[in-house]
Design a protein around this ligand. Structure first.
Ligand code: B12
Length: 351
């Protein structure tokens, strides 16, 4: 069965799967209703829908590791909010049973296998997260002080730290990867560990985007190579800084970059590619449930590119978890961070 066939069949039954799994979870352990109150059932519904979205994408992509990673993430995230591993395990077991009731047997078996594997690994997944940026990490002290400034809502101090470091010789590349990216990932873990609010996360992200903009005079300069990259976050995905960094690294390497930002409709990316013929199109996805949209966009770009000249790069969190995922979505390559794709793209230029 094709990727879209699997996704279509399962997501068509999403509401039924969620309802049955939640009913079973509460029937099996009635004390949950008391423990989590009236809102608990709604939260359970939302979490179960998340389980289904990650599960179907992992199976449709032939990358069950994506679901294992998700369950490990969910364990730590829920534990930090007082929901023990046992409740997550029960909910997943009930989802496993619901698969058998709602889906055709071969599909239920496929998805069930991924749930079984994640359940087997669950006890070994850490409950707590190792937090903190070590001084031994590259630019670790700067990254830690930058994060501390953001967490005390002192954007000016954060900006001053970075500008002083760059004036003292730190490269923009290093600041991007070892300060901005490192702190953004840490902020995510702090949110996951329930140590900071969504509002704080938003503040830190917006402040970092502002500090990045202050570095632009150093980025948008230098000789041009006459090659171009267009890069977008796939429709539905709001995580825009990773794609922005990739665009800026290409700029710094002398390419012209066209960056579209968060959640870009596929039709617009295809139209841009047809009209402007960039040498490379980049697609970013941070959440595994958006991989199907990446595959659809790759297909649409290929269909519109009759000469077969555009190379397609993909990247983002799921591609770092599942190394062959870029092939599965039909791309030409992926890259783990903003620094890595430049050499690959340069070799395409020459080829
Ligand atoms: C900021 C943030 C948000 C912001 C984004 C705002 C914005 N303007 O960008 C908001 C609040 C919108 C958000 C929302 C959500 N988020 Co969020 N978010 C983050 C956070 C903290 C930082 C993202 C970031 O800026 N990273 C910095 C960049 C530089 O790193 P990067 O994305 O890894 O990019 C590098 C590489 O991956 C690669 N790369 C990326 N794209 C591409 C593309 C190409 C072509 C190439 C070659 C390379 C490449 O190169 C980049 C640069 O080196 C992450 C934590 C994390 N681990 O990333 C969580 C995180 C991704 N979010 C998470 C979650 C759960 C969500 C939500 C579902 C719930 C929520 N927290 O509100 C929603 C979903 C929204 C949606 N539909 O997309 C989880 C995902 C967990 C999982 N198992 O999937 C994370 C990991 C947080 C966590 N630890 O729990 N989020």
């Amino acid at each position: 069965m094709s990727r879209n066939g699997i996704a279509g069949e399962v997501l068509g039954q999403r509401a039924a799967l969620v309802e049955r799994a939640v009913d079973r979870t509460y029937a099996r352990r009635p004390e949950l209703a008391q423990r989590y109150g009236a809102a608990g059932r709604e939260h359970c519904r939302r979490d179960t829908a998340f389980h289904v979205d990650y599960l179907v994408e992992a199976v449709a992509s032939g990358a069950p590791a994506l679901f294992g990673d998700y369950v490990a993430w969910a364990k730590a995230m829920l534990a930090a909010r007082g929901i023990p591993e046992g409740d997550l395990a029960l909910n997943l077991e009930c989802l496993r049973e619901a698969l058998g009731e709602v889906l055709p047997p071969d599909l239920a078996e496929k998805l069930g296998g991924a749930v079984d594997a994640a359940l087997r690994d669950l006890p070994g997944n850490p409950e707590g997260l190792d937090l903190g940026i070590g001084a031994h990490e590259p630019h670790g002290t700067l990254a830690r002080e930058y994060l501390e400034a953001l967490l005390r809502a002192d954007q000016r101090a954060a900006s001053a730290l970075v500008l002083a470091a760059v004036d003292a010789g730190a490269t923009v590349h290093d600041v991007y990867l070892h300060v901005f990216q490192r702190t953004q990932h840490e902020i995510g873990r702090l949110w996951q560990a329930n140590r900071i609010s969504v509002a704080q996360e938003h503040y830190c992200t917006a402040a970092t985007q502002l500090v990045m903009a202050q570095l632009y005079p150093r980025i948008f300069s230098g000789d041009r190579k006459g090659k171009s990259l267009a890069i977008a976050c796939v429709s539905g995905d709001l995580h825009e800084i990773g794609a922005r960094m990739v665009a800026d690294f290409f700029e710094m390497a002398g390419w012209d970059s066209h960056y579209f930002g968060a959640s870009t409709p596929a039709a617009g990316v295809v139209q841009f590619a047809v009209e402007h013929r960039p040498d490379v199109v980049g697609i970013s996805a941070t959440l595994a449930p958006h991989i199907g949209a990446v595959a659809d966009l790759v297909r649409a770009l290929r269909a519109a590119d009759s000469e077969g000249r555009t190379r397609i790069l993909v990247g983002g969190r799921p591609f770092n978890i599942a190394p062959d995922l870029w092939r599965e979505v039909g791309a030409d390559a992926d890259a783990a961070d903003a620094a890595s794709p430049i050499a690959q793209a340069e070799s395409w230029r020459e080829g």
